[in-house]
Design a protein around this ligand. Structure first.
Ligand code: FES
Ligand SMILES: [Fe+2]
Length: 441
């Protein structure tokens, strides 16, 4: 099927058999468990290093970390992006210490004894080359290259030289998300937080919507969070998705007034030129009305929605990718959420929130409804870095972040006997079982 033109297939995935073993607290704080995760899982999967747009020119590079490893991604003079272990092959010094940059003279020079590598990883020059009895290291002791591919505007790498091709790893998510043309989106928010919780608290959280009425009480006015109207798909690859209706709350359960719904949807209704008064007493029709309006006015407002189905125009297509990524898709953007393990402390996580905006054609400034913020296509998002509470991830995600440290404290308690979860949290269970499969391999 040509998903680019037909939008996302909503076919329900067959439900996998799930176990019943409690998910215990120890996996959130044990150092031994974290070591096993690194050896058996983090070194076997595809991970995101950054955005292709961060390396527009030859010799542009970025570095990223996973556990204790640092990875160097660089666009070579042949225009190809490659990834390497960021380690000098002389005596192991870390080669590059900057996050981002352009390699001057197309060279990475080690600060210790001056060995120089080109941006395709080849060792080009060493001090006292004639003094190596075993022969010159140049051209032989090159940087160690690792698998590197791009998809959806992201640079992906893997520490497993035998890893399956990226699209195979991402199946069926890549095929489904192609229609969003994420490579055309711009990063308009970029926040990195260090928090006192295990990385799995993050992935667990985005694998369920059971917490919505309590952590995000305002959200239930603009979407139908009740599990009875949502679809959950658990794919054999370990990736999952959730389809949740937008355009207003669950009509059978909502007990507030029409006013409250109008207020929650105010910006969206105004942008799409819908008079809420017309829907007084029949707010359950707003979702379809929004879909129709987006079809009618999309072109005029600079959008090409022809790749989307009607549901994609209003609903929440939320993907959780194994091991640590979430893409929450909107018609005009994507929230990127990622919990990276701290290099040494399993009770800490480096959490990233990016908002990627699809600007309407010709627009320079755009009001992002999801972020409740004006964003500009011309200035790239500043990287805000801090501890929890020091920088904001936007109104919704801040509420999630606040919970995780509190959960970590309880997960560590002798009084926690393992989770006891409803069906609608199956993605949480499935995530842990997928992790266990890697650990057992
Ligand atoms: S460790 Fe890099 S040149 Fe010696
Ligand atoms: Fe949440």
């Amino acid at each position: 099927m040509d998903t680019t033109s037909n939008g996302i297939d909503r076919a329900k995935a067959p439900k996998p058999a799930l176990g019943t073993t409690p998910i215990t607290g120890e996996r959130y704080y044990s150092k031994a468990f974290a070591e096993r995760e690194f050896e058996k899982m983090w070194t076997k999967v595809w991970l995101i290093a950054g955005l292709v747009e961060e390396l527009p020119h030859a010799n542009d590079y970025l570095t990223c970390e996973i556990g204790r490893e640092s990875v160097l991604c660089v666009r070579g003079e042949d225009n190809r992006i490659r990834s390497f272990y960021n380690v000098c092959q002389h005596r192991g010094n870390r080669l590059v210490h900057n996050d981002r940059g352009n390699a001057s003279n197309s060279t990475f020079a080690c600060a210790y004894h001056g060995w120089r590598y080109d941006t395709q990883g080849t060792l080009r020059w060493v001090y006292c080359e004639e003094d190596f009895q075993q022969g010159t290291p140049c051209g032989r002791r090159n940087l160690i290259e690792i698998p590197c591919e791009t998809w959806a505007g992201f640079i992906w790498y893997s520490l497993d030289e035998d890893v399956v091709p990226l699209r195979e790893f991402l199946h069926p998510v890549a095929e489904q998300l192609d229609c969003y043309q994420m490579e055309k989106m711009k990063r308009t928010h970029w926040v990195t937080l260090e928090g006192d919780f295990n990385w799995k608290c993050v992935q667990d959280n985005f694998n369920e919507s059971y917490h919505l009425p309590f952590v995000h009480p305002q959200a239930g006015l603009a979407l139908d969070e009740h599990y009875s109207n949502c679809q959950f798909d658990l794919y054999p690859s370990g990736h999952c998705r959730m389809l949740m209706p937008g355009g207003g709350p669950n009509p059978e359960r909502f007990e507030g007034s029409d006013e409250v719904i109008f207020k929650a949807l105010k910006q969206e209704l105004a942008f799409w030129e819908i008079d809420p008064e017309v829907f007084r007493g029949r707010t359950q029709e707003l979702r379809t009305a929004l879909q129709q309006r987006k079809r009618e006015l999309g072109r005029k407002k600079g959008y090409d929605f022809s790749h989307y189905t009607d549901e994609q125009l209003t609903d929440h297509y939320h993907y959780t990718l194994f091991p640590n990524l979430s893409f929450s898709m909107k018609p005009d953007g994507c929230i990127f959420l990622r919990g990276n393990p701290h290099p040494t402390d399993p009770e800490k996580t480096i959490f990233d929130m990016w908002y990627l905006t699809l600007f309407p054609e010709g627009a320079k400034e755009y009001y992002s409804g999801s972020m409740r913020d004006w964003v500009s296509i011309e200035s790239s998002a500043p990287h805000e870095v801090g501890k929890v509470g020091e920088v904001s991830c936007g109104p919704g995600i801040d509420q999630d972040v606040t919970i995780w440290a509190s959960q970590q404290q309880g997960l560590r308690s002798r009084g926690f006997r393992g989770g006891y979860m409803p069906e609608q949290e199956n993605r949480v269970r499935y995530f842990h079982e997928s992790l266990d499969r890697y650990l057992a391999a």
